[in-house]
Design a protein around this ligand. Sequence first.
Ligand code: ADP
Ligand code: MG
Length: 181
Amino acid sequence: MWWWRSGEEGAGEVSEGCHHAFIGMGSNLGDRRTFLKEASLEIGSHPQLRVIRLSSLYETEPVGYLDQGWFLNQVMEIETTLTPEELLTFLQGIENKLGRKRLIRWGPRVIDLDILLYGNRTIETPKLIIPHPRMYERGFVMIPLQEIAPDLVHPDGKTTREHLDMLMKTEKVEKIRLFQG
Ligand code: ADP
Ligand code: MG
C-alpha cells in the first residue's frame, strides 16, 4: 500500500486497498459554514485519504428534535485506504476537536460527520452501520449526494437517483434549499 502527497492540493493519491466512500456533514450551531469548512480541511489532511468531490451547501429544516436552528449540510466523496472503523474513529476525532458536545440525540451540534457509504460494503456492528441507517429517508443526505453521484450504484443495486425518486414519492422530505450565504 502506498500513496504520495501532491503539494498544492495536499491530496494523497492512493492505490491498492483503496475505497470510495461518502461522508455526510452537518452543522447547526455557531458559524456553521466555518465548521463545515474546517471539517473538510481536517478530513482532507489525512495522508491515507483524498477528497474527490464536495457537494454544494444545503440548508435544511431540523428533524427529530425541532427546537433548534436550521442545519447546513454537505456531502463529500473521498478515496481512502482507511478501513471503515478507522475512518469512523478519525471522523469522531474531528467532531471532538471541533467541539461537538453530545447533549441531545439529534439535537444541536457544531458538526456531525457520518459515513454514508463505503464502497459497496454493507456493515452492521454495534458501532457502525453502513449504508448509514437513516440516509435513504433524509433529503439533506440524498439531495447533495444526487448532485455529486447521481448514477452511483448502492449496495442494494439501486442508484442514488432511484433512491431519491422513492424518497420524493413519500412526500416526507424536510424543507431544504441551496445555501446562497
Ligand atoms: P446521527 O448521526 O444519527 O445524528 P450521532 O452522530 O449522534 O447520530 O450518532 C453517533 C453514533 O452513531 C456513533 O456512536 C457511531 O458509533 C454510530 N454510527 C453507526 N453507524 C454510523 C455511521 N455510518 N457513521 C457514523 N456514525 C455511525
Ligand atoms: Mg453522526
